[in-house]
Design a protein around this ligand. Structure first.
Ligand code: PGA
Length: 249
């Protein structure tokens, strides 16, 4: 499999017509499109090469859970992937315990998980040892109780330093990570997953303000398996060029 690009549309675009148009233009192999739930059906219908992903889900299968969507519902709607633990959800109160329940439920249902992990700015400011400690704790909590050997190829990690996501939105000093840092962390995460969880072939992506200007330097990194793209996935000409870069790196 080549490098994978996840298009996380977040709460965009504003209507189904624009969602379908964007989906048609983003329909390439090794691309995952994660639209808002109301556009799921319409987007699924037009995808021929790209896979459908969800931006979140609940961990129970059914019951009195107002507003929630189950893993099986997602599967039936044609989702292959689900993003879990995105920093924007964690910022709204999603804990590692919740993330863990979601990861377990998604994998059991047969969905592929894109687990987002990454450190906040205060941790990064303390240096690399603090970052590694933070991320290893996140992994241990988020992957607790899973027999990962059997789910090896179903788990994709998106390393997203929180301060680099949606530039400047949560942090007025926000700036993208450097490719050197991201590359170092991706290699470290692979080694960590291998030694701690015996995971050998999970993909590790980078996310956080990937755009046309920096795509080549991120996607050219040794060991990187792709990117999770938010804002730039809505700018179709830019997004198509990012896909092309991912295919040639
Ligand atoms: P961004 O979003 O590319 O707009 O920073 C990345 C993400 O969704 O995590």
């Amino acid at each position: 499999m080549g490098k994978i690009i996840i298009a996380n549309w977040k709460m965009n675009p504003q209507n189904e017509k624009n969602a379908v148009k964007l989906a048609c233009q983003s329909d390439f192999l090794n691309v995952v499109i994660a639209p808002p739930f109301p556009f799921f059906g319409a987007v699924k219908k037009v995808l021929k090469k790209a896979k459908l992903g969800a931006q979140d889900m609940f961990w129970e299968e059914q019951g009195a859970y107002t507003g929630e969507i189950s893993p099986r519902m997602l599967k039936k709607l044609g989702a292959h992937y689900v993003i879990i633990g995105h920093s924007e959800r964690r910022a709204l109160g999603e804990t590692d315990t919740i993330v863990n329940k979601k990861v377990v439920a998604a994998l059991k249902t047969g969905l592929k998980v894109i687990l987002c992990i990454g450190e906040p700015r205060q941790v990064r400011n303390k240096g690399l040892t603090a970052v590694k400690n933070f991320i290893s704790k996140q992994f241990k909590a988020d992957l607790k109780g899973l027999n990962l050997k059997s789910y090896n190829s179903k788990l994709t990690i998106a390393y997203e330093p929180v301060w680099a996501v949606s530039l400047g939105r949560y942090d007025k000093h926000g700036k993208s990570d450097t490719p050197e840092n991201a590359g170092y962390m991706i290699q470290w995460i692979k080694k960590f997953l291998n030694s701690r969880f015996l995971i050998r072939n999970s993909m590790v992506l980078y996310g956080g303000s990937v755009n046309l200007k920096n795509a080549k330097s991120f996607l050219g990194l040794e060991g990187i398996d792709g990117a999770l793209v938010g804002g730039a996935s809505l700018r179709i000409n830019e997004f198509k060029k990012i896909i092309r870069i991912s295919q040639s790196n």
